[in-house]
Every structure is written in C-alpha cells, then in structure tokens.
Write a protein that binds this ligand. Structure first.
Ligand code: SF4
Ligand code: SF4
Length: 193
C-alpha cells in the first residue's frame, strides 16, 4: 500500500518543499505555535516517528505528522478547522520519541489554544468544561460507578471534589480567570439558535 496522507491536495503541497502560497500560508503561524507551545516545531523533518507512536492514529484519521507539517508551512486555517485537532489524547508518546526533540503534543496544545480563541471547539469539549466547572470532573461519578466501587470495597465517592465539594469554588475560580465556562456557555448557546 502506498504511504501518504490520503489527501491529494495535501500531497501536492507537501511534495513542494518550498511551498509558500501567499493566500493560504501564514508565516506568523509557526511563530505563534512555537511561542505558545515552547517547542521548536520548525525543526520537524517529517520522519513520522510521532505518528508511528500515536495511539490515536490506528483508531482514527488523526495524524500528528500532518499537523507538524501544517505548522511549518503556515497552513493555519487547515490546522485550526480540522476536527482531528481534538483527537490527540495528550499522552506525550510522540514527544518522548521525536528524534528532533520537538514536543508535538505541545504543538497540538498551542493549536487548540489558537482555535479556542476563534471559538473553533467541538461541542463535546465545551460540555466537558461545563462538567468540570459544576462537578470538578470531566466525567463525573454516577450511580453505576458508585455501586461498582462499593462492590470492590471502595467508598462510593473518590478522593476528589466528589468527596470534598468545598474545593469546587477553587476550580471555578481558575476557569473563570480564563473565561472558559463563560465562553463555553456562549458558544454552545449560539449553536442552539
Ligand atoms: S517525530 Fe518529530 S521530527 Fe519526526 S515527524 Fe514527528 S515531529 Fe517531526
Ligand atoms: S500526545 Fe497526542 S499526538 Fe502525541 S502520541 Fe499521544 S495522542 Fe498521539
């Protein structure tokens, strides 16, 4: 089977190593990604070790190497509007193995921050923000889990905000500082209109 990105338009751009399409390429994008991610993304030489290490890659269309190339080529729109941007689990396997000592995980995190600034965030992520704000958990405990925990000899609630809800206001304060809940509520409500 031929190796590649399975995307003819991307293949064409990637084969031209001097690609600088003024209409599509934003040279500031790589600088912003490196500033936020604090990692030398421009050093990527497309070896593919990151994608080969990635647990998301065999299960989805997500390819971290593709995002690394987009960063270098300044393909900001393509990167920020691709839903695959949100399929990284931030496991850091790629960062452990990159032979150029780049942290691709932090490149993805930087891109997500840039996407969030433009309200480009999947709805399930916004709902997770709401859950963390209200419960301290992205996946709150439920009756099925509580029953399973008790059956295993554990307390029904874990040693988190479920057991100590008095710490929830602290979490809310952090999220309020970055306007995360406020923005999540706004974007979600706009989507429902
Ligand atoms: S492992 Fe590092 S150098 Fe290789 S493609 Fe990924 S980011 Fe680029
Ligand atoms: S940090 Fe993200 S991109 Fe890197 S290996 Fe893990 S899931 Fe893949």
């Amino acid at each position: 089977m031929a190796k590649g990105y399975n995307d003819p338009a991307m293949e064409e751009k990637f084969q031209d190593r001097y690609f600088h399409a003024t209409t599509e390429s934003n040279p500031e994008f790589i600088k912003e990604v490196e500033r936020l991610g604090r990692t030398p993304a421009h050093m990527c030489f497309q070896c593919g070790t990151c994608t080969g290490s990635c647990p998301s890659a065999p299960r989805s269309s997500y390819r971290i190497r593709k995002f690394m190339r987009r960063a270098v080529l300044g393909l900001e729109r393509e990167a920020l509007t691709d839903p695959d941007l949100w399929l990284c689990t931030t496991c850091y396997s790629c960062s452990d193995r990159c032979p150029r000592d780049i942290a691709p995980t932090d490149v993805i995190m930087a891109m997500r921050n840039l996407a969030f600034k433009e309200d480009i965030v999947p709805r399930n992520f916004l709902k997770t923000i709401q859950l963390i704000y209200n419960t301290g958990h992205g996946v709150p405990n439920n009756d099925v889990n509580r029953a399973a925990r008790v059956k295993l000899g554990l307390e029904a609630e874990p040693e988190t905000t479920h057991k100590y809800p008095e710490f929830i206001p602290g979490i809310q304060k952090i999220l309020d500082h970055y306007h995360m809940k406020e923005n999540a509520d706004r974007i979600l409500s706009e989507g429902e209109q």
